[in-house]
Design a protein around this ligand. Structure first.
Ligand SMILES: Cc1cc2nc3c(=O)[nH]c(=O)nc-3n(C[C@H](O)[C@H](O)[C@H](O)COP(=O)(O)OP(=O)(O)OC[C@H]3O[C@@H](n4cnc5c(N)ncnc54)[C@H](O)[C@@H]3O)c2cc1C
Length: 410
């Protein structure tokens, strides 16, 4: 879902300080500079790209965070403009889900389809706090907790109990205010909203995901770039300032200038994630022509899922697999998952990446906090804007399209 930045931006002031050189800062910098703004970029580390890290090793690329970008019609012209060399995912890959004790099978699929057809005309609980409650009338308690939790675990890194329906559906739209709606009406409405913007495919880039932020950087005419620069906010800035950091870093920056906003930002919760990349001597047979497998939180796997990068992008000979697990799980337990999957292959290389602030938890509390942040910031006229994934869209596509929409609105 696209999101709106929170705060103030004065379009008559042509100079902008962007704090943070992740995909949020870089994509916004690109679009603003195209609009004629003079952009200064500040990054506290010694590299650009933030959480997107594609480490090149003799065995292949290790993606330490994002592995894929979901391409749609809106994003396509932007990538063309950037002149990026894309690699496309193999089409018709299997998406496997391991529920409590077994993989989702034909019998369960039929049961799910029947429940879906029986539930489609039921009314949506629009006040549902989480996706589990939201989908229960449609597909029943078992599937809404097991299946939705498992799938979301692979996307958001958390259970469906911790994801607000607002992440997926525009529940504040007039469409819902008019009268109670059924799932059937919702799906039809969503289809109309997204017609012509359909998801086409998953992609990556020849040099890995890092090509994306690097290209935004390369194609932007920055007024100045400051690496190793821990930005400090001043009380009165004559420029626009956009904070493209995570919520906790933005809270720190705003501490003295706007304590109440800083306090709200500080309450944002993050899910810690680890990714463990294995390069193997042989492919894992159960993951052949498969996107990977997601594991239910109630299964006896410890990880959230495994992504078969070499199968997705047809990287013959690489046999690379990414196990994604919540940050509290030890590397020994991830190894146990791996061994259960692939006892016969030799591990050629193993890389572990840990993220303490991987993904913001977008539950109903976070959306309530966002409403309060908007109210709070309306009382200030400080030319400070917040722009990053904790505002509503965590994926790279959401961030880039939100950046474009914001700059186009100026
Ligand atoms: C394990 C994992 C897997 C993921 N998989 C996918 C995927 O497959 N597809 C997808 O679309 N998305 C995925 N995501 C999500 C996506 O990668 C992130 O949402 C996105 O990269 C966040 O970008 P950002 O620019 O908002 O934040 P960041 O990348 O965190 O950038 C913020 C930058 O601000 C800098 N900074 C902070 N404070 C200051 C300061 N005071 N002064 C200067 N600089 C400062 C930081 O150093 C950092 O570089 C994944 C994320 C993780 C962690």
């Amino acid at each position: 879902m696209k999101f709106k930045p929170i705060g103030h931006f004065n379009p008559n002031i042509k100079e902008v300080d962007i704090v943070g050189a992740g995909i949020s800062g870089l994509s916004l910098g690109y679009f603003l500079s195209k609009k004629g703004f003079q952009v200064n970029l500040f990054e506290k580390s010694d590299r650009i790209a933030g959480k997107i890290v594609s480490e090149k090793t003799p065995n292949g690329i290790v993606e330490k965070a994002a592995n894929t970008l979901l391409l749609n019609q809106e994003l396509k012209p932007i990538l063309e403009e950037l002149n990026l060399e894309c690699i496309e995912a193999v089409s018709k890959l299997k998406k496997q889900v391991f529920l409590e004790t077994r993989k989702i099978n034909f019998r369960l699929k039929i049961k799910l389809i029947i429940m879906f057809l029986l539930g489609i005309k039921r009314k949506i609980p629009t006040k549902a706090n989480n996706l589990q409650e939201f989908f229960t009338p449609l597909i029943g308690k078992y599937f809404s907790s097991e299946l939705i939790s498992t799938v979301l675990g692979g996307i958001y890194g958390v259970s469906s109990k911790n994801v607000s329906p607002q992440n997926l559906f525009p529940l504040k739209d007039k469409f819902f205010a008019d009268s109670p709606r059924s799932y059937f009406e919702l799906f039809r409405y969503m289809r109309n909203q997204t017609s012509g913007k359909k998801i086409k495919k998953m992609i990556s880039f020849s040099g890995g995901m890092e090509d994306l932020p690097k290209k935004f950087f390369e194609k932007t005419n920055f007024k100045s770039v400051h690496l190793n620069h821990n930005y400090q906010l001043k009380n009165e800035s004559k420029k626009n300032v956009i904070l493209c950091t995570n919520a906790l870093q933005a809270a720190e920056l705003l501490g003295e200038i706007n304590p109440s906003l800083s306090e709200l930002l500080n309450q944002t919760k993050y899910q810690a994630l680890n990714t463990t990349t294995y390069f193997l001597s042989r492919p894992i047979s159960s993951l052949k022509r498969s996107f990977g497998m997601l594991f239910s939180p109630n299964s006896n796997f410890y990880s959230l899922g495994v992504l078969s990068r070499s199968e997705i992008f047809n990287l013959s000979g690489q046999n690379s697999y990414n196990f994604i697990s919540s940050g509290i799980i030890s590397t020994e337990l991830v190894n146990e998952d791996f061994t259960r999957f692939s006892s016969s292959s030799t591990v050629i290389q193993k890389s572990i990446s840990k993220w303490s602030d991987a993904i913001p938890i977008m539950d109903h509390k976070q959306f309530n906090r966002l409403d309060k942040m908007k109210e709070n910031h309306n009382n200030y006229n400080d030319n400070i804007l917040l722009f990053s994934h904790y505002l509503g869209g965590i994926s790279l596509r959401d961030i880039i399209l939100s950046a474009k929409k914001f700059s186009s609105s100026l």
